[in-house]
Design a protein around this ligand. Sequence first.
Ligand code: IMP
Ligand code: MG
Length: 190
Amino acid sequence: MTENIERILFSEEQVAARVTEVAAEISAKYQGRDLKLIGVLKGSVFFLTALARAITIPLKIDFLAISSFGKGTPGMVRIAKDLDEPIQDEDVLLVEDIVDTGFTTRYLLQTLAGRGPRSLGICTLLDRTVRRIVQVPVDFRCFEIPDRFVVGCGLDYRQLYRNLTYIAVLDSRALEASAGGRGVPEAHNQ
Ligand code: IMP
Ligand code: MG
């Protein structure tokens, strides 16, 4: 599985240590409140479960799935699977694998804000601010990353590599074989 890996950005140990730190920040901030983590399928599942296990206050979890449409058009997303429960009057933390252009996160924030949560925050494993097009308020993030396509810890390339225990840059030759330009797949599922 590692033949297309160019280099490891963050090792399993680095990820685990940083997740523990961010979980401590979250535990402190939401102490005594009704915290609900909302994961965006499928990319955030690995991060959400690690984070939830390291958070020391009681919490609930729920998931939604989104899919992109409008091939190559950033920001064209819709909800493919909605939350199971309402979020009214709850303290909601949206858990993302990566905030890249910001379009997906902004769409989700707008959608969830309309349901009357008590508060609504964003926690992301990775933040690639150099590619940001729309500004979104990231409350918690584990790592800032450079402008390279990455996989692992839930992040995929054509649905593969999500189960890598570290975060890695994919070899550009593997990407160029199937996509033009920056070497990022034109349309990817979340
Ligand atoms: P956005 O550009 O902020 O809307 O990000 C949309 C989605 O693109 C993310 O939730 C990821 O699923 C995916 N994505 C963006 N960059 C990467 C990457 O480097 N590797 C894998 N998936 C990515
Ligand atoms: Mg994806």
